[in-house]
Write a protein that binds this ligand. Sequence first.
Ligand SMILES: Cc1cc2nc3c(=O)[nH]c(=O)nc-3n(C[C@H](O)[C@H](O)[C@@H](O)COP(=O)(O)OP(=O)(O)OC[C@H]3O[C@@H](n4cnc5c(N)ncnc54)[C@H](O)[C@@H]3O)c2cc1C
Length: 281
Amino acid sequence: MKAAPFDYVRASSAEAAVEALRGGGVALAGGQSLIPLLNARSRRPRVVVDVSRLPLTRIEQDGPALALGALTRLRAAETSPVVRRTVPLLAEALTHVGHVSVRNRGTVGGSVAHADPAAELPAVLLALDAVFSVLGPDGTRVVAARDFFLGRHRTALAAGELLTGIRVPLPPSTARHGLAELSRRPDDLAITAVFTSVVLADGVVADARIAVAGAGPTPIRAGAAENLLRGRAPTPDVLAAAADAAAAATDPVDDVHAPAAYRRDMAAVLTRRALREAVAG
Ligand SMILES: Cc1cc2nc3c(=O)[nH]c(=O)nc-3n(C[C@H](O)[C@H](O)[C@@H](O)COP(=O)(O)OP(=O)(O)OC[C@H]3O[C@@H](n4cnc5c(N)ncnc54)[C@H](O)[C@@H]3O)c2cc1C
């Protein structure tokens, strides 16, 4: 099947893209999710606005945050020395997104805007309290990751808005991370995946971040599990209790890839593994 007819516009600036998106246009970045959807005719936009050549590709430490332009290729972020040094959890998580050819084309903004609940990047950014810059007809606004993911492929982006940048607060240098992902093949979307960042001080957990992908309509931040860890020594019993609390926060459904109960069980197993990896340093 081929895409339904659409007009094609190549945007010369972010502002021109916003103008072109008014009235039913969709942004085309790396095309790794949009092109299959167009070809399957699941999406039939009137206008496709090609934003892929906009210079929104910065990868920089900007004060206490890592700043990524929305059009940064996934592979560029994954291999960036700046990302590896400042937010190693992000760099490692990106190695799990599809295969290299997908990451060579796909962009960080495209992955965030696509908002697949099983995707790695939205979950990591939720765990790390990232914020997103969004350009619309009335200017720029900033949306926190916790307010951005509203449902399966549904975000706080209004029609006609363009995601332009991502800021990730730098974890403290003492933070250690762990991730655990279950997928059928290494390059597949996760059935379930868990991303953790833990700070230990004097043998107890000073801070913990946990986010789960593939176990609800959006990535899920496991706040109760984080609270349970804070101030306690990371003994096997404490990690197991946190893992159970993370699984309890999930809201999976049965689908062709896995039953809901399996995903919930895996959320506990993977949280335990990811936390063990993080606290082992
Ligand atoms: C074989 C294969 C394997 C994959 N495996 C994985 C995987 O393991 N994990 C994973 O997370 N993903 C996976 N994906 C999906 C894909 O990699 C991501 O969704 C991502 O690359 C999309 O980014 P893109 O730049 O290609 O976005 P596009 O496909 O161009 O766009 C995706 C959506 O986001 C919107 N959009 C894009 N950029 C912006 C912007 N700046 N502002 C507003 N809206 C925007 C588009 O309008 C569209 O709705 C896989 C894809 C393929 C083809």
